[in-house]
Design a protein around this ligand. Structure first.
Ligand code: UD1
Ligand code: CA
Length: 488
């Protein structure tokens, strides 16, 4: 018969069945080495803030209510940028080091058994690795577990010092201390096992001992890394677990490091899409943000950018040099080269480009065509309608099967206000027409080429808005002959 579970105090270290786990994300630092006016954790990789990646991964491990982001430098900007994720925030008003960041979070973390600490500037960490770190920590009944990694170039990272002169022996996990680059001896600098900046702590032990951290180091800061030595001296267990993929722990302290992370994320994104049945030619030339979705059998040509929350359906072809931001594209859509789209929507089977510019609020219906040098803004264009050449269509409601001739312009702006143009189903707008809004072209009506339309056109009518053509017979011949006469 199974033994009944004993109830234990929440903060007990004696491995409760399901430890209550909190994740603290340190994101209060300035990021001096980036030489930027923007806080480090808001720099973007893979098309979104570094911190947003870390939060998204943390949310795969624990619910948002158990995530605490420690903010400080430009706290309000950082909070605003990620507030939508539903996490909690802790203010570290003065940034006195990573140890200090965790001291400040003390009250917020009351009631948890285990605290996983993540660095807000290391966005490649995976949920799987965080879970491994947490499980290993629970299994080892340790006070502190360090996620470590072997790096070919460990420069700049804290080094993990294991017991015994020979460093970490086979299978041995116990850690004596973590030494920062600036304080390391030449011998310690040769150690390739680095501290990733990710840890699991026993919450009770952490806050029982954190007061022993000091600022006696080259930066004059409270280093969280010093908890390894503090625990070791207090005969509390400190262990390390190595990641299988050292790339996961890379941080972004400099611009050079940031672009490395960005390239890694984007290549990983391409691999994920290839895996899902999308063809991407020359993937290293494409810029695809982390949250983009693409349907199977869609082909993406070289030098395409798919940004933000863009979603593309199946069986599309996105041709080179197109830049598509926060847009929804249905199935079987062809986007010809050089098309720019933002906050727009395109129905199945539509054809765009080459060189179309869909500005925010463009809604292009199924099977519609928007062609060369056509600019649209805040329009709804119905099924099967076509604007193939050289037009500006803004603030317009265009019905189904409408033909917009080359060079048509909706004059939507009077210098103060914007006005609406309505073109009903089946209307035909002749080339080079200007439609002065507010104006309505009725169902099935014709607008003669080169018309300037200032008044509504009823359904099925023909509107001519241009001067009548006059012809002067023989005028050209007479002009030529007069010229010849003068030259004689
Ligand atoms: C830290 C570790 C180092 C490790 C490396 C891994 C320390 C002392 N060193 O160094 O051993 O190899 O990470 O990437 O921890 N932060 C705060 N409040 C502060 C200071 C920092 O929230 O007062 C945040 C930063 O915003 C950043 C994170 O903590 O997201 C790490 O700080 P950072 O200055 O980048 O530490 P490293 O020098 O990279
Ligand atoms: Ca860092």
């Amino acid at each position: 018969m199974a033994k009944p579970l004993k109830t234990k105090p929440k903060s007990s270290r004696s491995s409760p069945q399901r430890p209550r786990i909190a994740i603290a994300i340190m994101a209060a630092g300035k990021g001096t080495r980036l030489k930027s006016k923007h806080p480090k954790v808001l720099h973007e990789v893979g098309g979104k803030p570094i911190l947003a990646h870390v939060i998204a991964t943390a949310k795969k491990v624990v619910p948002a209510r158990d995530i605490f982001v420690i903010i400080g430098h430009e706290a309000e900007r950082v909070r605003e940028a990620v507030a939508g994720t539903g996490v909690n925030f802790v203010l570290q008003a003065e940034q006195r080091g990573t140890g200090h960041a965790i001291m400040v979070a003390r009250e917020a973390l009351v009631g948890y058994d285990q605290v996983i600490v993540l660095s807000g500037d290391a966005p490649l960490i995976t949920a799987e690795t965080i879970r491994k770190l947490s499980d290993f920590h629970t299994l080892q009944k340790a006070a502190m577990t360090v996620l470590s990694a072997d790096l070919d170039d460990p420069f700049g990272y804290g080094r993990v010092i294991c017991q015994g002169a020979g460093g970490r022996a086979e299978g041995r996990v116990e850690v004596q201390a973590i030494v920062e680059e600036k304080s390391a001896t030449p011998q310690q600098k040769k150690i390739r096992e680095i501290n990733s900046g990710f840890y699991a702590f026993d919450a009770a032990a952490l806050y029982q001992h954190i007061g022993r951290l000091s600022t006696a180091n080259p930066h004059g800061e409270y280093y969280l890394t010093d908890m390894a030595g503090v625990f070791h001296r207090a005969r509390q267990k400190v262990v390390a677990i190595k990641t299988s993929d050292a790339g996961e722990v890379l941080g972004s302290n400099t611009r050079a490091e940031t672009i490395v992370l960005d390239a890694r994320l984007r290549l990983a994104k391409c691999r994920e899409l290839l895996e899902q049945g999308v063809t991407i030619f020359y993937p290293h030339t494409c810029v695809i943000d982390s949250d983009v979705e693409v349907g199977a059998d869609t082909v993406i040509e070289p030098f395409v950018q798919l940004l933000g929350y863009t979603k593309i359906g199946a069986d599309c072809r996105i041709r080179s040099y197109s830049v598509i931001t926060n847009s929804l594209i249905g199935e079987r859509v062809t986007v010809k080269p050089g098309t720019i789209m933002e906050d727009s929507r395109v129905g199945a089977g539509a054809v765009l480009g080459p060189y179309s510019h869909l500005r925010p609020g463009s809604d292009v219906g199924e099977g519609a065509h928007v062609g060369n040098f056509v600019e649209t803004k805040k329009i709804k264009m119905g099924k099967g309608s076509k604007a193939n050449h050289l037009s500006y269509l803004g603030d317009a409601e265009i019905g189904e099967d409408v033909n917009i001739g080359a060079g048509t312009i909706t004059c939507n702006y009077d210098g103060v206000n914007k006005h609406q143009t309505v073109i009903e189903d089946g209307a035909f707008i002749g080339s080079d027409s200007t439609l002065v809004a507010p104006v309505k072209i009725g169902r099935g009506a014709y607008v003669a080429a080169a018309s300037c339309i200032t008044e509504d056109v009823p359904a099925d009518a023909l509107a001519l808005g241009r001067a009548r053509q006059s012809v002067k017979e023989g005028w050209a011949r007479e002009k030529r002959e007069a010229q010849k006469e003068r030259n004689r």
